[in-house]
Write a new protein. Structure first.
Length: 570
């Protein structure tokens, strides 16, 4: 028995050795073939080709860092803060353009440069990075996600896209329905999620149409081009080309109806709850205070007779807290409504709130806080360093034009910039110039406060002299700021992150050249609409008898703790 066992072991060892050696030879032979087929990367030889390779591949990092570094080591002078702030302004704009680092990181540059150069103290500068306006931006953005979190936006999108018979699914009608869905839903929900959802519905459908109709392409339009036009939604419907056949429109309808069947037939209680609380939030903000009627529910506590103490950020914070407390299913009411124990159901199971924090936290871009804070800090540095007194020398080429012509120039620049840099970055770089390109009638300085009536007047810093011939920009420069704010959303051509163009390019697979081609028409249309709206409609809403927007600074009185208001003009 031992001899037979040993013999079997030896035979097994021989078989294992033969198989292993053959497998090793096959592996070596296969790797040799693969190495023979794989071409190694050709090394760059010579100093000039290497330098060309560096500037071709790594030009963002090289030029983005070297140019500001050279300027910072040459231009600034000790004690001349205006030159330091001007270099900071150029540094931020250069980083916005070339993007050698992530755009929110640029917002940290004023936080270390301005205190280290003695322009603004750190404590005063940190106040720029969070105030009631930025709190409103974050909290209102969370409330804005209510319809996205419950899925009501998908239901509305599919309802619009699937409406009508087969004739309503041609390229012209799909452009209208997709554009209408994106336009109206971006007002009441997150525009990035809406854009991503519409792209996810339409892009696979057109890709399937392109592949299924490839055998008889002469009778069908190019659905890749149609997909580019529909997803960009910028060109007229007549530019699509050949009309779609009846079978293709029916195929498009069936694919969208398949997505619609995945949803529940009716609105759920959770979706109804989200819709109710969202419009309740809009109503609370709308009726908080009316400047025209001089009344509102927040008028019980006022800082001054014209301004209530409760702001929109307080309303947003109230709704965010309440919606994080309320459960979305209200199963605890079964304790009251159930007649027998079996009707109580799964009450003891953990229930998610109406506003789910993980979803809200994931879809909130906190980097905008840093970026907007850096822009506010830059504007404060311009005013404190008195750089705003020299900016009108560079802005007179625009302010010397007629009022309407100068607004048109600002519209064109504000619409072009978000197509070469990120939208918020374009606003942060261009807005300080628009705010200070005209000499105001009064110049504000950091720390200037109007004392209370009972307090002795303290010596104030000398103000800049009023311009001899004041232009409309001196009191109405806020209209230029409104143009920059609205125009910064016209970034249709470049797929920067956190923009709808990003999903159009990466999710919808639309080439950048096609995006630029189709963005030209929408850009011109937006400029044509924005310009007369600002010229004729905005003054009716935002200004009264061309006196500008009032601002109030609070100064402590002489013998009390309560602040006394003092009016002023920005």
């Amino acid at each position: 028995m031992r001899i037979g066992a040993n013999r079997n072991i030896k035979i097994a060892h021989v078989i294992f050795f033969v198989v292993f050696s053959n497998l090793w030879q096959i592996h070596l032979f296969g790797s040799f073939i693969n190495n023979k087929r794989r071409d190694p990367r050709t090394p760059v030889k010579g100093a000039l080709p290497r330098l060309k390779n560096i500037f071709t591949v790594h030009y963002r990092g090289v030029l983005g860092v070297l140019v500001p570094l050279l300027i910072l080591t040459w231009q600034p002078k000790k004690g001349q803060h205006d030159i330091t702030v001007a270099c900071l302004w150029f540094w931020m704009a250069w980083f916005f353009l070339l993007q050698p680092v992530n755009i929110p990181v640029v917002g940290f540059i004023p936080l270390f440069l301005l205190p280290m150069t003695g322009v603004i103290p750190t404590v005063d500068l940190c106040k720029c990075y969070f105030d009631d306006n930025i709190a409103l931006f974050i909290l209102a953005g969370m409330v804005h996600l209510l319809l996205n979190s419950c899925g009501a936006d998908r239901r509305i999108i599919l309802w619009l896209l699937c409406s009508g018979d087969s004739c309503q699914f041609s390229g012209k009608r799909i452009i209208f329905k997709a554009s209408a869905a994106a336009f109206f839903l971006s007002m009441i929900s997150n525009r990035l999620i809406v854009t991503s959802t519409i792209t996810q519905f339409l892009a696979p459908a057109y890709m399937n149409l392109q592949s299924s109709t490839s055998s008889y392409r002469t009778n069908e339009p190019d659905y890749d081009v149609m997909r580019h036009i529909v997803l960009c939604a910028v060109q007229t419907a007549s530019s699509i080309g050949k009309p779609m056949s009846g079978s293709s429109m029916a195929y498009m309808r069936n694919m969208l109806l398949e997505q619609d069947k995945l949803l529940k037939p009716f609105l759920t209680d959770y979706q109804k709850c989200c819709i109710f609380f969202y419009f309740a939030y809009l109503a609370a903000c709308m009726f908080r205070w009316s400047d025209w009627l001089n009344m509102g529910w927040s008028g019980f506590e006022k800082v001054v007779p014209e301004i209530p103490m409760i702001k929109d950020a307080t309303v947003a914070a109230l709704f965010v807290i309440v919606l994080h407390i309320l459960p979305k299913s209200f199963l605890f009411t079964n304790y009251v409504t159930a007649r027998v124990k079996s009707h109580i159901g799964d009450v003891l199971k953990p229930d998610s709130p109406v506003m789910w924090w993980r979803y809200v936290d994931k879809n909130t871009n906190y980097g905008y806080i840093i970026l907007m804070g850096g822009a506010i800090a830059l504007n404060l540095g311009i005013r404190v360093s008195k750089l705003n007194e020299s900016i009108p020398n560079y802005g007179k080429h625009i302010t010397d034009l007629g009022w309407n012509a100068s607004l048109l120039v600002i519209c064109i620049i504000a619409a072009i910039l978000p197509n070469i840099m990120s939208s918020v970055a374009a606003c942060a770089a261009f807005l300080p110039f628009v705010l200070h390109m005209a000499a105001p009638s009064t110049t504000l300085r950091q720390g200037d406060e109007t004392p209370a009536p009972d307090a002795p007047a303290a010596p104030a810093a000398p103000a800049a002299p009023a311009p001899a011939n004041p232009t409309p920009w001196s009191s109405n420069f806020y209209l230029g700021a409104l143009i920059v704010g609205i125009g910064s959303s016209f970034g249709f051509a470049a797929p920067f992150m956190y923009t709808p163009a990003y999903f159009c390019h990466y999710t919808g697979k639309v080439p950048i050249k096609q995006m630029i081609k189709y963005a030209i028409g929408s850009l011109i249309i937006c400029i044509i609409v924005l310009w007369p709206a600002i010229c004729f409609y905005a003054p009716i809403i935002w200004v009264d008898q061309s006196v500008g927007i009032k601002s109030y600074s609070l100064a402590p009185p002489a013998g009390g703790d309560a602040p006394a208001p003092s009016p002023g003009t920005p």
